[in-house]
Design a protein around this ligand. Structure first.
Ligand code: DOR
Ligand code: ZN
Length: 346
């Protein structure tokens, strides 16, 4: 029986680190196990220029614990006013790794996102030309579309037309949650990748809604039916290079999660690797954990793989705190509702 596993140090290809007190509290949680992360730009106000990205990167570096070996890979928040030349300069300088597309109104702090996709065509063409990937929050926002269908409709009405109109554009479908997402990504060729979160491998919509509403399981895109969760588990554990880890760890204070109109997001940075090892072991695919956490992502982003390794060891159930403390208030940690036996020991 395998009880230790050494893998190249993982990267997180979709992470919310926030700013200020929250950033200072959560930065160490990701830096402990991950070497790099794609940093989401949905701050208030959002990170929309190369200059903003440089300033935010400095604040992240200042928030890391001393001696941490963690590289934030910065992104720009795409708006209808994004300047293609500023973007290209920031990419050429190595300041940004990707650009994030939020459909306006799709999720937390997405009000400045894109409403009219024709208006960002010149930016997308520039990105295709310079090889800068577009990370996409793939949900339509039309109020008449059922929230459980918004990903599938987005693929058909928005994503596929954008990709056809912009040959060469490299796209990451972020946090896919449906079998339609899995299918579209796996048929998209080498220019299309997809991230999968930790929590979408664990919860389905019953976990949010059955037996009382569970705000800590509410995130966007919202978890779907069990058949979709199973499709995500098959994709993540398949070894297919299309799929890689993006935790979408998205801390909100408990006060903000528990409001009558509570925030979307699951905070998974701390226990993600224990959860993933448990999931991959349950699927009989522990030997593919490294592909998902540490190999497929850098291959898609054309970055070197990490040379350092981490070791996971199986033992008695891992005790996790229920929350972390921040100067803004407590943040509840994602509860996977199962004992976790794998801990990062080195
Ligand atoms: O659940 C989510 N939380 N989904 C998102 O797309 C945004 C994120 C956040 O920023 O809180
Ligand atoms: Zn996110």
């Amino acid at each position: 029986m395998t009880d230790t596993l050494t893998i190249k140090t993982p990267d997180d290809w979709h992470l919310h680190l926030r700013d200020g007190a929250m950033l200072r509290a959560v930065a160490a949680e990701s830096a402990r196990h991950f070497a790099r992360a794609i940093i989401m730009p949905n701050l208030v106000p959002p990170v929309v220029t190369g200059a903003h990205a440089a300033e935010y990167r400095d604040r992240i570096l200042a928030a890391l614990p001393e001696g941490a070996d963690f590289t934030p890979l910065m992104t720009l928040y795409l708006t209808e006013d994004t300047d293609p030349d500023d973007l290209a300069r920031a990419h050429a300088d190595g300041l940004i790794t990707a650009v994030k597309l939020y459909p306006a109104g799709a999720t937390t702090n997405s009000a400045s996102g894109v409403a009219n996709f024709d208006r960002v065509r010149p930016v997308l063409e520039k990105m295709a030309e310079i090889g800068c990937p577009l990370c996409v929050h793939g949900e339509v926002t039309d109020s008449e579309i059922d929230i459980f269908d918004r990903e599938a409709v987005f693929i058909e009405r928005v994503l596929d037309p954008i990709r056809r109109a912009t040959p060469g554009l490299r796209v990451v479908m972020e946090h896919i949650t449906t079998m339609q997402g899995v299918e579209y990504a796996s048929e998209g060729g080498p220019e299309l990748g997809a991230t999968i979160t930790t929590h979408h491998l664990v919860i389905n919509r019953n976990h949010i809604l059955a037996g009382g509403i569970k705000p800590h399981y509410y995130c966007l895109p919202v978890a779907k039916r069990e058949e979709h969760r199973l499709a995500l588990r098959r994709a993540a554990t398949s070894g297919d290079p299309t799929f890689f880890l993006g935790t979408d760890s998205a801390p909100h204070t408990d006060a903000n999660k528990l409001l009558p109109c509570g925030c979307a997001g699951c905070f998974t940075a701390t226990n993600t690797l224990s959860i993933l090892a448990e999931v991959f072991e349950a699927e009989g695919t522990l030997d593919r954990l490294e592909s998902f956490t540490s190999i497929n992502g850098p291959k898609f982003y054309r970055l070197p793989m990490n040379e350092k390794t981490i070791t996971l060891t199986k033992g008695d159930p891992v005790e996790y705190p229920s929350h972390i403390d921040t100067d803004d208030g407590p943040v509840t940690m994602f509860d996977p509702m199962m004992p976790l036996h794998w801990r990062v020991t080195r």
